[in-house]
Design a protein around this ligand. Structure first.
Ligand SMILES: [Zn+2]
Length: 315
């Protein structure tokens, strides 16, 4: 076996898609496989137990002795914020699952997720009275991008980082000036992660029907991208340093919000692969745009399949 598939326990394709994607991130895979537990399984806390089961799955995926593995023990160990294990018959959003998994893994072993996926966002407010800078830095593991009415990743990132003017009733209280002032507010990346995960906000709330719907509108993303313009320039960084990233993975959603299926596409540098539960096959990138950008098909009908999450690795 060159690659090992993962069985679907009902609707656990979202787990399989995320696990295969994370396994294909080599530095993260090695960090997980290198973890040693100096106590027995029964002594592990709830977060360590998840890491333990993840390591077991990664071990089977890397040994390549079987066609297919499963996630039964992992799902038993994986408890939500309320202390309940995963219900394998209810589909979870891959972003929600990924956030919870990263949160628990980082608690189990500090730095494990941050080293591979951790970046920093700076929320800056500059007062226009005296150019006072107010900055709050926040760590992130993924960035959510708007898709509605937007057709490309760069366009969406520009909107994400766009400055907002705080004036009239929205004036900002500058504690350095000691009064309310006009100000400029923006978000910018102040530390780029090794692997940058984008979530495409395709699940929207329809105000007419009061239902959540899925958008399959056209949204393009390149295989290579330079993100220099979205990185905060400061004295520690070379002003001209490119921030080149290569697309390494796509989590794809097919179908509707209530009845859908996730699978993963990954770029191994030598070839592209499709991980669809048990089935691992080669993927031809000539079809990438047609398969995952969304939009309309040849008959002008809305496509049912589109990219939901993207992973880029720093070159
Ligand atoms: Zn001020």
């Amino acid at each position: 076996m060159e690659f090992v598939g993962i069985k679907n326990q009902g609707v656990t394709d979202y787990i399989n898609s995320v696990l295969q994607q994370l396994f294909m991130v080599i530095d993260f895979r090695e960090s997980v496989l290198n973890v040693s537990f100096n106590k027995g399984k029964e002594e592990l806390n709830e977060n360590e137990l998840i890491l333990y089961e993840l390591k077991n799955i990664f071990h089977i995926l890397s040994e390549k002795q079987v066609d297919c593995t499963e996630t039964v023990e992992f799902c038993k160990a994986f408890i939500d914020y309320g202390g309940n294990p995963i219900n394998v018959l209810i589909q979870m959003d891959t972003l929600e699952f990924l956030n919870l998994l990263f949160y628990r893994l980082e608690l189990a072993l500090s730095g494990l997720v941050t080293n591979s996926f951790g970046g920093t966002l700076s929320s800056q407010v500059v007062c226009r009275e005296a150019n006072h800078l107010h900055e709050i830095k926040e760590p992130f593991f993924s960035i959510s991008l708007e898709v509605s009415g937007i057709t490309s990743i760069k366009q969406s990132l520009k909107q994400f980082c766009e400055s907002e003017i705080l004036e009239s009733e929205n004036q900002y209280y500058c504690d350095k000036c000691g009064k309310k002032v006009d100000a400029l507010k923006r978000l910018i990346i102040s530390k780029m992660p090794k692997h940058l995960i984008f979530h495409l906000n395709r699940y929207q709330f329809d105000l007419n029907t009061f239902e959540r719907i899925k958008l399959n509108s056209f949204f393009e993303f390149p295989i290579t991208i330079n993100l220099k313009e979205f990185l905060l320039q400061n004295e520690n960084q070379n002003q001209n340093e490119d921030q080149n990233y290569t697309l390494s993975g796509i989590i794809v959603h097919t179908g509707t919000l209530n009845s859908g299926h996730y699978h993963s596409i990954t770029n191994t540098k030598t070839k592209w692969l499709s991980f669809n539960d048990r089935v691992v096959s080669e993927y031809n990138t000539a079809d990438l745009e047609n398969d995952f950008y969304g939009g309309l098909d040849q008959d002008k009908k809305k496509k049912k399949q589109s990219a939901y999450m993207l992973i880029y690795r720093h070159d």
